[in-house]
Design a binder for this molecule. Structure first.
Ligand SMILES: C[S@@+](CC[C@H](N)C(=O)[O-])C[C@H]1O[C@@H](n2cnc3c(N)ncnc32)[C@H](O)[C@@H]1O
Length: 284
């Protein structure tokens, strides 16, 4: 089987998720890496560590939820079977460009992680997701993880970028989310969701959560960089908000940042890292 981007439904557009997130990702697919991509130098290490943590053997299958542009997926060795699914056709097109498939055992599928996942029960040795599971209902994720997990044991692995709380990016994002909340919008923030997912998995019998930092790097960022990256999106905080509200928030933030950081163009050094958290799904 060659590499294919399939659409789960027969209609021209995929089933909608609860929120509008997929449309936002569709819009930003071509510029996603430039705006929010992972540092290219570390993606191979992330893939290697996922395979190591997942104790993958030949012919084992890895299921990736929300692979985006395939920055990590491209490094999974072709001796493993790989299924990646994402709601955004735009993101899938980007990852398809990147994933070659000599062995014919990789597939990319357009599907909504808030619906039934496109994999038969009991098939996955590893269920992996980077920076995407917080966008999906945690009880549904836990149910699907236990359904697709291989009967002789599997691992759920999820990755995210960690930032110091007092870095420019964290403080700008916190202020932006605070302003969204004051106007009655709840932005999507990873930190709030994943503990609920861990609880939901542990209630079903998953073992204790473990942690592995894969890479860390230094960044030098200015408040203006955060503002500019948000200005090129139609949404804010991962959700769709009216243009007027969005503009108001960004203008307010600009004034706040100017005062708080002593100018919008001052660069501040900060450490960022990529960490994997994982839970073992016991033998059924
Ligand atoms: C922040 S990006 C992360 C992409 C990639 N994993 C990475 O770390 O660079 C989140 C990805 O999840 C996908 N996504 C969001 N909601 C989804 C859903 N309900 N079902 C499937 N994929 C979804 C988006 O289209 C996007 O590709």
């Amino acid at each position: 089987m060659g590499l294919s981007a399939k659409q789960q439904d027969s209609g021209s557009s995929p089933r909608r998720s609860n929120g509008p997130t997929w449309e936002l990702f569709d819009e930003q697919a071509t510029a996603f890496e430039q705006r929010a991509g992972l540092p290219a130098d570390y993606c191979r290490d992330i893939a290697t560590t996922v395979v190591e943590i997942g104790r993958m053997g030949p012919d084992d299958l890895i299921l990736e939820v929300g692979p985006g542009t395939g920055q990590i997926a491209q490094w999974f060795h072709q001796s493993f079977r790989y299924v990646g699914f994402d709601l955004s056709g735009g993101m899938l097109r980007e990852s398809q460009r990147r994933l070659s498939d000599d062995a014919g055992n990789r597939s990319l599928i357009q599907a909504d992680a808030n619906s039934s996942w496109p994999l038969a029960s009991g098939r996955a040795r590893v269920i992996f997701s980077s920076r995407a599971l917080h966008l999906i209902d945690h009880e549904h994720v836990a149910g699907e993880v236990f359904r697709v997990a291989a009967a002789d044991g599997a691992t759920l692995i999820f990755g995210r970028v960690e930032r110091d709380r007092d870095s420019v990016r964290s403080r700008m994002a916190k202020e932006m989310n605070e302003r969204l909340r004051r106007r009655g919008f709840e932005g999507r923030r990873g930190e709030q969701q994943n503990p609920k997912l861990v609880d939901a998995c542990r209630r079903r019998g998953a073992e204790a959560l473990e942690f592995r930092e894969v890479a860390s790097w230094n960044v030098s960022t200015s408040p203006r960089q955060s503002l500019d990256s948000w200005r090129c999106l139609t949404g804010l905080g991962g959700i769709r908000v009216p243009a007027q509200t969005r503009n108001e928030i960004l203008n307010e933030l600009e004034g706040w940042a100017e005062e708080e950081f002593g100018g919008l163009d001052r660069d501040f050094e900060a450490k960022e890292s990529y960490a994997l958290r994982f839970l073992r799904i016991p033998v059924a």
